[in-house]
Design a protein around this ligand. Structure first.
Ligand code: SF4
Ligand code: SF4
Length: 94
């Protein structure tokens, strides 16, 4: 296997990762929406970027989701074009 040592880029909140594929936590929390191929109900446009409301839950629950989803460790989809055009999206096609 060839591994390329490229450091992650910071998350800019473009929403590409969540809109293209609901993560495991999102699928567990919203199985019906995931089965219907809908956008994750936890994905929220805050006016300037997307945020995950599961990660914002109080009482340690949000911290659990951050840990589960590696929040803060950078973007693993850093070649996606949405990163350069952060705006509210209508679906997978933009
Ligand atoms: S694709 Fe990258 S920049 Fe966009 S929301 Fe996901 S992690 Fe953040
Ligand atoms: S909004 Fe949160 S729960 Fe939904 S797919 Fe993105 S990271 Fe997962």
């Amino acid at each position: 296997m060839i591994r390329v040592d490229i450091p992650n880029k910071e998350c800019v909140g473009c929403g590409y990762c969540c809109i293209q594929h609901i993560c495991a936590c999102g699928r567990a929390a919203y199985p019906d929406e995931a089965a219907r191929g809908e956008m994750c109900p936890s994905l929220h446009w805050n006016g300037s970027r997307y945020v995950c409301t599961l990660m914002m839950r109080p009482g340690g629950e949000g911290e659990f989701y951050k840990w589960q989803m590696n929040a803060g460790l950078g973007c693993r989809n850093f070649l996606n074009p949405w990163r350069n055009d952060v705006r509210k999206r209508q679906g997978k096609n933009g």
